[in-house]
Design a binder for this molecule. Structure first.
Ligand SMILES: *[C@@H]1O[C@H](CO)[C@@H](O)[C@H](O)[C@H]1NC(C)=O
Ligand SMILES: *[C@@H]1O[C@H](CO)[C@@H](O)[C@H](O)[C@H]1NC(C)=O
Ligand SMILES: *[C@@H]1O[C@H](CO)[C@@H](O)[C@H](O)[C@H]1NC(C)=O
Ligand SMILES: *[C@@H]1O[C@H](CO)[C@@H](O)[C@H](O)[C@H]1NC(C)=O
Length: 356
């Protein structure tokens, strides 16, 4: 699934017993929702016995079971006390031969080959005219669901219902736009005793023009502010500015602002942290690690299907102050100016006014 290339520490091995009254996972409900969505297909993850908290379980469904050929949205329903967070992907291949498996050790790498990984994208995206064509011809052969379970589940039979459901919205015809995302992230660490440490990320867009329509900004416990910009000819365009809320994955729509990324643009992001403690904090996926993660969902011309076989990754080491000097990119002096600006609460409120 490859949605982060941050270094991961040795993962805690968990003992896991998969009890698999794995009956029939797919039920095709011929429900006509709108003229756009021709079919809703429910995929239920079976009840599974988990003897440790904080487990990651994956499940793969061959797309040949889905009948229709384009995903235009999905909906996730979970029992919140049990299932914490669900990711969904279409993949060419995945890491095991099993249908349901423990995917904690492969953290973030459950697909191989071509893939489209959705952070959050629901039926509301219909009007973006975005769809993802799947099947052998486009090398997307499996739907893979990854669920993060907060608590142990010692007695799955006691659960009232399956705790993790994914409903796919499907249609037979293609869409004008396809979906992919760009992931900006930091590696390295936050030094001890730092009042305002900034992890900066920068990279150049070398691909075709795309339109942004949704993002999420994600940090863990020390994040104060997460900012994203496009720099074009030394002018900055604000994409996002958020105060991170714990480990939230909430997505924000940016469709109304029609932000385009053009070839030659610079994508820039930074996260500001306060770490008053005596230890440095690593960036990573572990519970005690920190993250600086800005994921931008975009749509692009579906005729150019080969432009983005996977998500685009853009990572920088937090110890390299890549914004200024400019990490080897021209025309980004504006980031140097910004580097010296204090990111005050006032500035944040101004920005919100701008966005609204
Ligand atoms: C999942 O779907 C099944 C079948 O419709 C339903 O009984 C169950 O309550 C659903 N679970 C959740 C968490 O929505
Ligand atoms: C999957 O199964 C094939 C054939 O049974 C085997 O050769 C291959 O090693 C298996 N792969 C994994 C990852 O278990
Ligand atoms: C989608 O593409 C078709 C065929 O290229 C075109 O006729 C139609 O106007 C497009 N629709 C939108 C909303 O762009
Ligand atoms: C920057 O400006 C130059 C000259 O005005 C123009 O040729 C170039 O296309 C611009 N670059 C971008 C990425 O817009």
């Amino acid at each position: 699934m490859e949605w982060l290339k941050v270094e991961v520490g040795p993962c805690q091995r968990i003992l896991l017993i998969l009890v698999l009254m794995y009956s029939k996972c797919i039920q095709c409900n011929p429900i006509k929702v709108t003229s756009e969505v021709t079919r809703k297909t429910l995929i239920e993850m079976p009840k599974i016995q988990l003897d440790k908290p904080d487990s990651y379980i994956c499940m793969a469904v061959p797309v040949t079971d889905l009948e229709f050929s384009t995903v235009v949205g999905f909906k996730i329903d979970v029992i919140q006390e049990i299932t914490h967070h669900v990711s969904l992907a279409l993949c060419e291949e995945y890491e095991t031969n099993q249908t349901v498996w423990d995917c904690k050790s492969g953290h973030g790498h459950i697909c191989s080959g071509r893939s489209a990984v959705f952070g959050s994208w629901d039926g509301g995206s219909k009007n973006h005219n975005v769809g993802i064509l799947f099947g052998k011809d486009v090398k997307l052969n499996y739907v893979v669901i990854q669920a993060h379970f907060k608590e142990a589940v010692p007695d799955p039979d006691a659960l009232k219902s399956n705790p993790t459901n994914v409903t796919l919205f499907l249609t037979e015809d293609s869409r004008n736009y396809s979906y992919q995302k760009v992931i900006l992230f930091s590696s390295g660490y936050i030094p001890a005793f730092s009042d305002d440490f900034k992890a900066e990320i920068i990279c150049k867009w070398e691909s075709i023009p795309v339109k942004l329509y949704e993002y999420f900004a994600h940090a863990h416990n020390y994040g104060q502010l997460i900012e994203g910009y496009i720099v074009r000819n030394n002018t900055k365009i604000l994409i996002s500015m958020d105060k991170p809320k714990g480990k939230s994955h909430d997505t924000v729509q940016i469709e109304g602002r029609h932000i385009e990324i053009r070839p030659g643009d610079i994508l820039a992001a930074r996260c500001s942290y306060r770490n008053k403690g005596p230890s440095q904090i690593q960036f990573g996926l572990g519970f005690f690690d920190e993250m600086c993660n800005l994921e931008l969902s975009f749509k692009y011309d579906a005729k150019q299907i080969d432009a983005f076989p996977q998500s685009v990754k853009c990572g920088s080491d937090a110890q390299d102050r890549v914004w200024c000097p400019n990490g080897g990119h021209d025309q980004v002096d504006v980031l140097c100016d910004l580097q010296h600006e204090a990111t005050t609460k006032m500035a944040l409120e101004d920005i919100y006014k701008l966005i609204m």
